[in-house]
Design a protein around this ligand. Structure first.
Ligand SMILES: CSC[C@H]1O[C@H](OP(=O)(O)O)[C@H](O)[C@@H]1O
Length: 364
């Protein structure tokens, strides 16, 4: 998408053909800083400390992380070491495992001398495939928004609630939840987005608001607990969120708080959709609550807040008593029964094994 009128992605190969640049998302929206990754440690740091985040972008970063690792050591041992270190960075987004398994399937069988070039090529392909998948999700999601717009008699606006950041910053481009929003906006449908701030790391306040503002999409930041109230008062026409791992049966793992939003949507008959590129489907699990590992992150993400002071400097403050302990569960699982539809690159699927099998017969 565009930043100050320039087409931009959150990850790209540097001009020298081997370094990999990323937008440091921990600095947004107060600063726009580019970080160059040059080795395996840089890539692991970028994923673990969330300079890059979002399932598809984590996968893309892991793929380039493997290429950077092989540049230093293309041996079998080097490959295995890189696989395990990247795999260990974050446990929930399945795209990480998916990308590393793609690398193992396509790069490991090659002779050492062929691995580096092939790994960079595959990483680039994973990025381009993600862009195409998300654009297609946007096209399928646009039809949903269009139908709602027509049901409203093409008056007023289409009010969409989203949680966390499943935008272009969470992918290589377009985003998954935001792709339909961008396409609706660009097609002239008046949309307004309720942006959940998304505690504790505030991806909505810091990233989604920044993205939508850059694209001129009307939006209002709300606290995470306001969504139910807005739905009760008819202020939300639909919810669209992203996912970090969706099971073969349609259970959706996403940022903490998504489940509660889905409950409120169900109680108020508000359609609840998920933008779902197929690499985010984990075909090996069915019961999301029982089988998806939920990342627990450092408590300081809950007890501290970072922001811009009136003099423009950025500072971090503690918002709790010194001795306060905190739980920091990064994701939750929304059972399929609360999901209206899964917007994939192949079309909109019912959130069920059968629904996914219709669109992905080659996967089941
Ligand atoms: C398109 S995947 C976006 C997904 O990833 C976010 O988690 P995190 O920021 O911790 O990587 C969140 O769950 C988003 O919905």
């Amino acid at each position: 998408m565009k930043v100050n009128g320039t087409s931009t992605r959150p990850i790209w190969l540097d001009d020298d053909g081997w370094g990999v640049n990323i937008i440091d998302q921990t600095k947004l929206p107060h600063a726009y800083e580019i970080v160059r990754m040059e080795n395996l440690a840089d890539a692991c740091h970028a994923i673990f400390d969330m300079l890059v985040r979002g399932a598809p972008l984590i996968g893309a970063t892991a793929a380039y992380g493997m290429a950077l690792a092989l540049k230093k050591d293309a041996s079998d041992a080097g490959f295995d070491q890189a696989y395990s270190e990247l795999y260990a960075t974050r446990p929930t987004a399945v795209n990480l495992r998916w990308a590393l398994d793609e690398m193992r399937a396509q790069i490991f069988p090659l002779a050492e001398g062929e691995r580096i070039g092939a790994a960079y090529k595959l990483a680039a392909q994973i990025c381009e495939d993600d862009v195409a998948q998300n654009s297609s999700i946007g096209d399928h999601g646009l039809k949903i928004i269009q139908e709602i717009w027509e049901k409203k008699g093409k008056t007023g606006v289409v009010n969409i609630l989203t949680h966390c950041n499943a935008g272009w910053l969470a992918t290589v481009d377009w985003g998954t939840a935001t792709a339909p929003i961008y396409k609706a906006h660009d097609s002239g449908i008046p949309v307004h987005v309720w942006v959940d701030e998304t505690r504790p790391r505030n991806q909505g306040a810091s990233l989604t608001a920044w993205e939508l503002g850059n694209h001129g999409v009307d939006h209002t930041l709300i606290v995470d607990n306001a969504g139910g109230h807005l739905m009760q008062h008819g202020e939300v026409d639909l919810c669209i969120v992203g996912t970090d791992r969706t099971t073969a049966s349609g259970d959706v793992c996403n940022k903490i708080g998504t489940y509660l939003k889905a409950l409120a949507a169900h109680d108020n008959d508000v359609p609840f959709y998920v933008g779902l590129p197929s690499p985010t489907i984990d075909w090996t699990v069915d019961d999301g609550v029982k089988e998806i590992p939920i990342e627990e992150r450092d408590a300081t993400e809950v007890t501290e807040m970072t922001g811009r002071l009136k003099d423009g400097t950025v500072a971090t403050v503690t918002i709790t008593p010194e001795s306060c302990t905190a739980g920091n569960y990064a994701f939750d699982v929304t059972p399929r029964k609360y999901i209206t539809g899964l917007i994939t690159e192949r079309g909109v699927a019912k959130a069920s094994k059968e629904g996914l099998a219709v669109l992905f017969p080659d996967k089941v």
